[in-house]
Design a protein around this ligand. Structure first.
Ligand code: ZN
Length: 255
């Protein structure tokens, strides 16, 4: 556990600690609930930390922490309403509405990756649903989207797809084009739900391919959405969740 390293590097055992973690969470129990990415077992995060660290401890879903990071330190500093979206291995979100951080009963609010963007899709999401945004357009989803369109497995990673598209491969270009439509539908649905002044997009996929994943879809919003909002790429790189978790230890949002 990284805290031993932190303690060795001089951080006091009484310092407040904020952790941004993948979900789903049970905040009341302090656990990460059976996530496939961690071997499908409950991870007793709070108990693990409290064994070796004495200071106050805050844990938060990484996208919930990230939107708070954007609100305190990032592009959302002047916004009362902001949504953070990560386009990464998965797709997730966090929202601040009227200056309130939306957390949810267990810490799992704003699960926007499971918005349906294609009702005809055969691609199943990790959650079991079909046509979910995350299943089609996340880093792990894009190869499945490609396999569904062309009825055969062509690429293993999203990186291969973007490389092929930039080399002019027509099949890869078709995948990137469909992703843009789905991302536009996803962004529009999120804006319709939360009415933010700004949507900030982060995550590895968005940061490595901002034009294809964010700028292009942002120009297509009027086809799907009714409300308007600015859509920007994060200026905090991969640090928004960490900065948000740190801020949460110092300043609890209104609730
Ligand atoms: Zn799903």
């Amino acid at each position: 556990m990284g805290f031993r390293f932190l303690h060795r590097s001089g951080v006091s055992k009484n310092a407040p600690v904020g952790v941004a973690t993948i979900g789903p969470l049970s905040l009341s129990e302090g656990i990460v609930v059976k996530t496939p990415n961690l071997g499908g077992i409950d991870v007793k995060l709070r108990e693990m930390v409290e064994k070796i660290h004495r200071g106050p401890f805050v844990m938060m879903n990484d996208c919930t922490a990230a939107v708070w990071g954007e609100k305190i330190y990032g592009l959302g500093r002047r916004c009362r309403n902001i949504v953070y979206i990560t386009l990464s291995t998965g797709i997730g979100g966090g929202a601040v509405v009227d200056n309130h951080l939306l957390v949810g009963k267990d810490g799992n609010a704003v699960e926007i990756g499971h918005i349906v963007v294609d009702t005809f899709s055969r691609v199943k999401c990790g959650c079991g649903g079909r046509g979910h945004w995350e299943a089609l357009c996340s880093g792990t989803g894009l190869p499945k989207l490609a396999a569904d369109i062309f009825d055969k497995k062509i690429w293993k990673t999203s990186r291969e797809i973007f490389d092929a598209a930039s080399a002019g491969n027509p099949q890869a270009l078709e995948v990137v084009k469909r992703m843009a439509f789905f991302n536009a539908a996803g962004f529009a649905s999120v804006i319709n739900c939360y009415d933010p002044e700004m949507v900030v997009v982060g995550g590895g996929l968005a940061l490595s391919h901002p034009k294809e994943t964010v700028s292009k879809p942002a120009q297509m919003l009027r086809q799907y959405g009714t409300l308007k909002a600015k859509i920007k790429i994060t200026q905090l790189g991969a640090d928004a969740p960490l900065l948000g978790a740190a801020a949460l230890t110092m300043h609890q949002p209104e609730s």
